[in-house]
Design a binder for this molecule. Structure first.
Ligand SMILES: NC(=O)c1ccc[n+]([C@@H]2O[C@H](COP(=O)([O-])OP(=O)(O)OC[C@H]3O[C@@H](n4cnc5c(N)ncnc54)[C@H](OP(=O)(O)O)[C@@H]3O)[C@@H](O)[C@H]2O)c1
Length: 143
């Protein structure tokens, strides 16, 4: 697992499971991640969701077919060959809300899915911790 953060956070993120940390302030970070992963990184999850973080993910993701970019704002990867997905988490609450200028109605399906997903995720994380070597490179980046 590869993550970007400020250098002051490296040790904390490694204690939480990151194998590699990169400084998001540096413009070459995306390129460095692509070199580290030998152009094999297929998934990027961007929780910052601005122009810079989207560019960093685009620079890091593999140029082979099948790279995917997920983010928390309604935006797309600057790379046309990368599939983009945006997720608004609040629909998991099952209640109507306003985010930015958009009104979202209550969504029962998302609420039910969130309950199943949380349970599934906890089991999967336990499994991942049990079977993966600490320094094994996983094609997942959280920015
Ligand atoms: N989809 C949803 O449901 C949802 C919900 C909430 C928020 N959002 C969106 O999520 C984004 C982040 O919101 P937030 O409230 O978490 O922001 P925030 O409170 O402003 O947190 C951003 C922090 O992340 C660090 N950072 C900035 N760029 C980074 C990068 N490229 N890599 C790693 N760390 C970086 C900085 O920490 P340091 O100061 O330590 O460097 C910064 O203070 C926003 O675009 C917001 O609109 C979406």
């Amino acid at each position: 697992m590869i993550t970007t953060c400020a250098p002051a956070q490296y040790e904390r993120l490694k204690s939480l499971g990151a194998d590699h940390c990169f400084d998001y302030h540096l413009s070459q970070t995306g390129d460095q991640i692509r070199r580290l992963t030998e152009n094999r990184l297929r998934f990027a999850w961007d929780t910052i969701a601005n122009e810079n973080s989207a560019r960093m993910c685009a620079d890091a993701l593999s140029t082979d077919p099948g790279a995917r970019y997920g983010t928390t704002n309604p935006m797309k990867s600057p790379r046309a060959d990368v599939e983009s997905t945006a997720v608004v988490m609040y629909t998991m609450m099952g209640e109507a809300f306003k985010y930015g200028t958009t009104n979202y109605p209550a969504c029962r399906d998302d609420f039910e899915f969130a309950k199943r997903f949380m349970t599934l995720t906890e089991s999967l994380l336990d499994l991942v911790r049990a079977i993966w070597a600490p320094n094994e490179l996983v094609s997942l980046m959280s920015i």
